[in-house]
Ligand binder design. Structure first.
Ligand SMILES: NC(=O)c1ccc[n+]([C@@H]2O[C@H](COP(=O)([O-])OP(=O)(O)OC[C@H]3O[C@@H](n4cnc5c(N)ncnc54)[C@H](OP(=O)(O)O)[C@@H]3O)[C@@H](O)[C@H]2O)c1
Length: 165
């Protein structure tokens, strides 16, 4: 049975991933959100088309190692109780919060925050899931990227921006 796990599922592309995955038969979807205090109305409203498909909403703040550890414990309880492993991990959560910054105006705290969320968090999530043997042998790990994250591809953008991203 396919098991999809994704971060940043409460809105944007993550929410749409859940919507579309929920139309698959016999799938397990672990939809994580930075905080359970987020408005989860849209996520909770998603109805799988097949009753054998289940959506589990869990908290995972990708910028917090403690939150990642807690999430992995919760995911472990769920997956082990059903003898399941994650077959698709979608590292969707990400931020481009200070898009106006260029190479001459980088804010150190902003750069650290974006590295924590966009780079270190996804790596630590995989590390923790591997250490608990929660990933299938043939797992597919999808890391979201963007043309704006590429200095070469964004060469044509004037004025230059999104340096921290
Ligand atoms: N939209 C585009 O055109 C585009 C293009 C290329 C790539 N991307 C990438 O695709 C991904 C999704 O983009 P989007 O447009 O859907 O972005 P979005 O609408 O801004 O949504 C971002 C999602 O990431 C979550 N998030 C932020 N910080 C988090 C954290 N510390 N822990 C867990 N979740 C966190 C947000 O949760 P909160 O609601 O709690 O903030 C939200 O669910 C991002 O990685 C982005 O870089 C987007």
């Amino acid at each position: 049975m396919p098991v999809y796990c994704l971060t940043g599922a409460n809105r944007g592309l993550g929410l749409e991933f859940v919507r579309q995955l929920s139309q698959l038969p016999s799938a397990t979807i672990i939809a994580t959100t930075r905080s359970n205090d987020n408005d989860l109305t849209d996520l909770k409203a998603i109805n799988p088309s097949d009753t054998s498909t289940k959506i589990h909403i869990m908290e995972c703040d990708i910028a917090s190692l403690d939150s990642i550890n807690s999430f992995v414990k919760n995911a472990s309880s769920l997956l082990e109780s059903q003898s399941l492993k994650i077959t698709h991990l979608i590292a969707n959560a990400g931020v481009n919060s200070v898009s106006g910054q260029n190479s001459l105006t980088i804010g150190p705290a902003d750069l650290h925050r974006e590295i924590d969320i966009n780079l270190i968090g996804p790596a630590k999530l995989v590390e923790n899931l591997v250490s608990q043997s929660l990933l299938a042998n043939d797992v597919r790990v999808l890391n979201m990227t963007s043309g704006l994250g590429s200095m070469t591809k964004s060469l044509t953008i004037e004025p230059r921006k999104c340096m921290t991203y």
